[in-house]
Design a protein around this ligand. Structure first.
Ligand code: NAD
Length: 494
């Protein structure tokens, strides 16, 4: 795409009204990725107006036709997958293999939601009165505002846009200031696939207030937000003040439980992938290992051995396992929490510091970190760190493990390694989180099952699967009385 990157409003790429831009840079090298429109409320108003206008024709387009457009989107994403993945890695930092996975999630979601064009089933129910029928159908909400983070810069916009579009809504996307370029590539793909003007609009900007203008806009019917708990709280308050529907996906403090009967080799693979994949910057990242005392020493030594071999560096280099953190703020936050862990008495077994020498100097790299002897109330065991830091907590029974797992304020993803079916069944019921894995790590959801969390992770909505349709639609119940006379429900009971 040509630099600078403009907003996409009413089917046109146009600069911010102020003419201002802001930079997005590669977190591994510091190289400039793009200059992007630094928008304000005026630009947001333009985008919402375009989406409102486009809604009239878009929601009347038969849903199967909307689905066909999503299939075109899937095909284009598939065709451009490698180019898009490289661009995503250059802007966000995750290793290229995971960059490809980010695009693949968008492809999967486009195909899945495209299919919903022919599957928007409602309900048909008998009436309690004769010669009367009743049924319920889904209807779109109108203009929906999507506010997204940087950690899945293609997948998360797709997880929100595609269910919104298939239900007949029009969209204004406000991406993270850390990944506006990838968001523009996403929207460009939709444009090339033939999504009509105004149906999808993109407004980029560096200021947090930009997101708030979308939340407060009277013509926006729903806000779908993914990000931190702190920001989610503000979005919820703003949305409530404007009597607006809001779906929140926020933080996590996910754990893997390893019992003494587990396949330890398998568990180590799952722990490494879940704790250090995406440099620990997944909402479902494993940041606590809750392990039975009988195998703890062995597990820790296996992990240390494998962690020593992890290669940190530029995600575009195929020999690299772990990329940089997204920015300096995040680097400082991770470092600060590690220091808190040390002060609180946890035993730092490896890592614990930024990597700054040589080719690391230009990026935001942090050494993979393992804390041992962590207790459940320490801050490193309760707060989301969002970095390559794993805390080991020792337990003596499954019930104790479940109690520790459930003791945090979040409830997104939990995992248990055991060979015992009875233990697994017990844990599936007792683990308090929106997602549970048995004999797999805490990451790896698929687009056709609901995704989201309980407690302070979310506010009751789910993304993906059929559940996403509930977020992006309203139910309308329709009664048709063909008796030719007044029939009174609940009154004419005989
Ligand atoms: P963030 O909360 O800083 O920002 C998220 C988005 O909100 C950005 O687009 C930002 O510009 C916007 N924003 C900031 N202030 C706003 C305001 N007052 N009103 C409206 N919008 C505003 O989060 P982040 O650092 O981009 O992402 C990391 C966080 O996202 C982590 O906490 C992670 O757990 C969470 N996350 C959750 C999920 C999930 O599904 N549960 C998935 C991915 C990431």
């Amino acid at each position: 795409m040509e630099n600078p990157i403009h907003n996409f409003i009413a089917g046109k790429w146009i600069p911010a009204r102020s003419g201002k831009t802001f930079e997005t840079r590669n977190p591994a090298t510091g190289h400039l990725v793009a200059q992007c429109a630094d928008s304000n409320e005026e630009d947001m108003n333009d985008a919402v107006a375009a989406a409102r206008d486009a809604f009239e024709s878009w929601h009347r387009l038969p849903a199967p036709r909307r689905g066909e457009l999503l299939f075109r989107v899937a095909e284009r994403l598939f065709h451009d997958k490698e180019t898009l993945a490289k661009a995503l890695t250059s802007e966000m930092g995750k290793v290229l293999m995971e960059g490809r996975g980010d695009i693949q999630e968008a492809i999967d979601m486009a195909y899945y939601m495209g299919g919903e064009g022919r599957r928007q089933f409602g309900h048909v129910a008998p009436s309690e009165l004769p010669n009367k029928s009743g049924y319920a159908i889904r209807e779109p909400l109108g203009v929906v505002g999507l506010i997204t983070p940087w950690n899945f810069p293609m997948a998360i916009p797709s997880w929100k846009s595609f269910p919104a579009l298939i239900m007949g809504n029009t969209v204004v996307l406000k991406p993270s200031p850390d990944t506006p370029y990838t968001a523009a590539l996403f929207v460009k793909t939709l444009e090339e696939a033939g999504i009509p003007p105004g149906v999808v609009n993109l407004v980029t900007g560096s200021a947090p207030e930009l997101g708030a203008t979308l939340v407060k806009h009277p013509d926006v019917a729903l806000i779908s937000f993914t990000g931190s708990k702190a920001t989610g709280g503000k979005v919820a308050v703003d949305a409530a003040t404007h009597y607006k529907r809001v779906a929140l996906e926020m933080g996590g403090k996910n754990a893997i439980i390893v019992m003494e009967d587990a396949d330890l080799e398998l568990a180590v693979e799952g722990i490494l992938w879940s704790a250090f994949g995406t440099t620990g910057q997944r909402c479902t990242a494993c940041s606590r290992l809750i392990v039975h005392a009988a195998v703890k020493e062995h597990m820790v030594s296996m992990l240390l051995d494998r962690m020593a071999k992890l290669r940190v560096g530029d995600g575009l280099d195929s020999s690299i396992d772990i990329g940089p953190l997204i920015n300096n703020t995040q680097l400082e936050r991770v470092h600060e929490l590690v220091q808190v862990g040390v002060q609180e008495g946890a035993q730092l077994r490896t890592g614990g510091h930024p990597l700054t020498e040589g080719h690391y100097a230009a990026g935001y790299f942090f050494a993979p970190t393992l804390f041992d002897n962590v207790t459940p109330t320490m801050r490193i065991a309760t707060e989301e760190i969002f970095g390559p830091v794993l805390s080991v907590l020792e337990i003596n029974s499954l019930d104790e493990a479940i109690k520790v797992n459930n003791s945090v304020e979040y409830g997104l993803s939990s995992s248990l390694y055991t060979q015992d079916i009875n233990r697994a069944q017990h844990a599936m019921r007792e683990l308090r989180s929106g997602i549970v894995y048995i004999n797999a790590g805490t990451i790896g959801s698929e687009v056709h099952l609901p995704f989201g969390g309980i407690k302070n992770t979310g506010n009751g909505h789910r993304e993906a699967g059929q559940a996403a349709l509930d977020t992006f639609s309203e139910w309308k119940s329709i009664y048709v009385d063909y008796s030719g006379q007044l029939q009174r429900a609940q009154i004419d009971t005989n």
